[in-house]
Design a binder for this molecule. Sequence first.
Ligand code: ADP
Length: 543
Amino acid sequence: TKSENSRTKVALPQGINQATFRTAIAELRDRLGEEHVEFVTKLDDGWYMENPNTHDGMHISEESDFVASVVVYPSSTEEVQTVVQWANSYRIPISPISIGRNYGYGGAAPRVRGAVVLDLGRRMNRILDINPDDCTCLVEPGVTYFALYEEIQARGFQHLWVDVPDIGGGSVLGNALDRGVGYTPYGDHWMMHCGMEVVLPTGEVIRTGMGALPGNNSWQLFPYGFGPTADGLFSQSNMGVVTKMGFGLMPNPGDHESYLYTFQREEDLSQLIDIIRPLRIAMILENVAQLRHISMQVGLEGKPRSFYYSGKGRIPDTFIHEAAQKLAHGDCTWLYYGMAYGPKDIRQYKLDIIHKEFMKIPGARRIDPSTLPADNYFWVRDRIASGVPDIEELRWVNWHPNGGHVAFSPVSPVRGNDATALWDIAQKRCEEYNLDLFPTFVVGLREMHLIVEIVFNRDDPVMRDNARACLRGMVDDAAKRGYGEYRTHLAFMDQIAGTYNWNDGALLKFNEKIKDCLDPNGIMAPGKSGIWPARYRGRGWEM
Ligand code: ADP
């Protein structure tokens, strides 16, 4: 799906005139080299492997709403400092990205129109260290899961695994900063990070944890160092540019085995989630597992909605189930994809418990993997849960022509009544706004994220408006019942920050206080995660 839209005018940042802006950019070109500072004169949505760094390729409003004026490619921490100092002298907003494939959450786009995107991925893409004894790595922003995986293979470190998310083209560092997940036992990427180097909004550089001690050899081993841990300030935030980040790598467990269980009825959800909870907390279910709705599986066939249904409104379930009958595992409502790790004896002990528990649900089936063809989605999950990057996941975006997607991603306990409550919220709002939904429960250790993907036609303003209204409705409904989102698209950051409002918004006030202190000129990604610098606050930027 390609769509192009030529524009001649550059989107200027607010509060600066054309002439000053041109002078500022000329100065930056002098310092970094002409070819590393590009004006944004054309928007091309591209596709996953050729993702734009100028705007949101999955735009849920006008393509040009969240758009950069200029893209800059620094090559080192020093050059990042140069850009930050330059931005302060002109008070030009800058917005760091690593790869910019943050699909469904705004991609590469800055929150404020006309900001300068700091594309770290293009030139800062070195793997600085892979330690085969400690099982750690240290990477720059541009290192993708594919690149890290391939380097580990090339160096002959087959005893190391990388934990990969659903699609492997993103940045290891960027994904962890946005608190993305993967599907091995190391699935919580933020939890598995250890040590950062950060350029602050005023240009100083810090190293966190043991990195602050000169000559240390445990930067990637002990995340805390001494004193307050600062790392959290730089996650889902706008308090700095992260230029290096360390991670623990999982040792290859020797062997592994994927399994798939299917469950027939929609109302099985509650019992199933209650069965999952104790097994997951006890790590009998070892990985961040996925409980998917059958609509996701039908969507993965990659065929457009019109192939199945031509009516208006939400596609009736009967059509989904009819389509599902042709899938290799047959029709059902829920699918649990998991993996057991280690030698046969150890796996079997866990698999027997899992089988006994899951089969308590009437109609439950264990799908024999040997019956599934090589191109079945089961093998995609098998690769991902064993640390092999993949890019198949987004096939369901073809549900609509020019498909874009956005996600409602609330967090809840792993409890049946919570799962049902969130499921009801999603269904009602999608019904109201005539949208189809593609839900998956992603089970962490003690909590789960429900990820409801909504696919829309990027060229259909009515459908886009509906998708936005539907998202806003779901966020509100969820907040009223005490649920909050773990991550969101640029367009909803203010709303969601506003739901985390205990004690008269004390947490947001705290974040704003830190923001004003660290970034007095308000140049770093203003508005990211609903945190606005003083210069912008209460002046109509919030949405
Ligand atoms: P992906 O790795 O999926 O391509 P991005 O590079 O788009 O993801 O990063 C996701 C988000 O994380 C960005 O929108 C930005 O807010 C933040 N981010 C990414 N890299 C950095 C960085 N090096 N420093 C600070 N924030 C970053």
